[in-house]
Design a protein around this ligand. Structure first.
Ligand code: ADP
Length: 317
């Protein structure tokens, strides 16, 4: 549904996005990840036709965004970074304005009512957008993006700056909307990936460094198969764990002296070994679990290994 081919954007000499290619299909929620300055917003602006690429192309539903922008844009809803809206309008006025731009005609009123209900905007409908909380402003932005029931949703940092409750609400909403749509969500918050994304792309310095399912990324983590153990009493298992051939190292926690995590050597499994050890040593195990892996760890490694040479424009966080 969305096809990005060899997409590049230069600002002068500065390469903000460089030969990026990927495809997203209906039903997928693609997490578009990268540190601040990686090129996420620039890419989303090119996908939605707000800025033109230096080279490369984007097509949406088979329509080239450069050559056939009207048809391509009609299929898309876009929540820009920070969700700017006309601050002195009320949500009611803003949504009516958006409906007229989207040429919804007679369907406008019914559709506005639907999105107002869906985003729970009833209480703030006639207050200036300027005076609303961040969470409500974001909901107004999302309401505008889904007003014409687009097949493709492009959401730039939809939960940035929201409190935990609001984040949860927006994530549930994205999951509900995703069933019959193609969704691209940019974020620098890694917990978002497991919460909403079926696939993740990581970019660093404008370049693609990973394109995989969250589970596949976790499997690349040093913590894939790591086992966390907590024993009752004053038994310290560290030396025994370190003596296991499959253990690479053991980590401790400053906030919980009795908890330790054993990290395996690459491609080895620890759980059964530690279970056997616990039995042999007659440890009283209070807690023991194996991890799938940590996205932060994979993200940091991939991003670090693609760090940009310093340029006058700077960029990567
Ligand atoms: P992200 O959304 O991942 O935080 P952006 O796409 O906003 O990153 O920016 C990528 C890089 O391009 C940054 O270094 C940013 O400073 C630079 N950049 C973005 N827009 C412009 C512009 N209009 N002119 C010059 N540099 C820009």
């Amino acid at each position: 549904m969305v096809k990005v081919e060899q997409l590049s954007k230069y600002f002068g000499q500065f390469k903000a996005v460089e030969r990026l290619s990927f495809e997203v299909s209906p039903g997928e929620v693609l997490g578009f990840l990268g540190p601040n300055g990686a090129g996420k917003s620039t890419t989303m602006k090119m996908i939605t036709g707000f800025i033109s690429p230096t080279s490369g192309s984007v097509s949406v539903g088979g329509h080239d965004v450069g050559h056939d922008p009207v048809k391509a844009k009609a299929l898309m809803g876009y929540l820009p970074e920070g969700a700017p809206a006309y601050a002195d309008m009320t949500p009611a006025q803003f949504l009516r304005f958006a409906a007229s731009i989207r040429k919804l005609g007679n369907a406008a009123n019914a559709r506005i009512e639907e999105v107002v209900d869906q985003l729970m905007l009833n209480d703030v409908l006639h207050k200036p957008i300027d005076t609303l909380s961040k969470g409500f402003k974001r909901r107004v932005g999302i309401a505008q993006a889904i007003l014409h029931d687009p097949k493709v949703l492009i959401l730039d940092e939809p939960t940035d700056g929201l409190d935990p409750m609001q984040k949860h609400e927006v994530r549930s909403l994205i999951t509900n909307l995703a069933a019959d749509k193609t969704v691209i969500v940019s974020t620098h918050i890694l917990e978002e990936v497991n919460a909403v994304c079926s696939r993740a792309i990581i970019i660093a310095n404008g370049q693609l460094v990973a394109d995989a399912q969250p589970g596949e990324l976790e499997a690349q983590s040093e913590y894939h198969g790591a086992v966390t153990l907590k024993l009752s009493g004053n038994v310290d298992p560290r030396a025994d764990l370190e003596a296991l051939p499959a253990v690479f190292r053991v980590e401790t926690y400053p906030d919980d002296a009795r908890r330790v995590t054993a990290i395996p050597n690459a491609d080895t499994h620890l759980y059964a070994d530690i279970q056997a050890l616990a039995k042999q040593k007659q440890w009283d195990v209070e807690e023991m679990f194996a991890e799938r892996g940590r996205l932060e760890d994979v993200f940091r490694r991939l991003v670090d290994s693609h760090s940009r040479q310093p340029t006058p424009a700077g960029g990567a966080a």
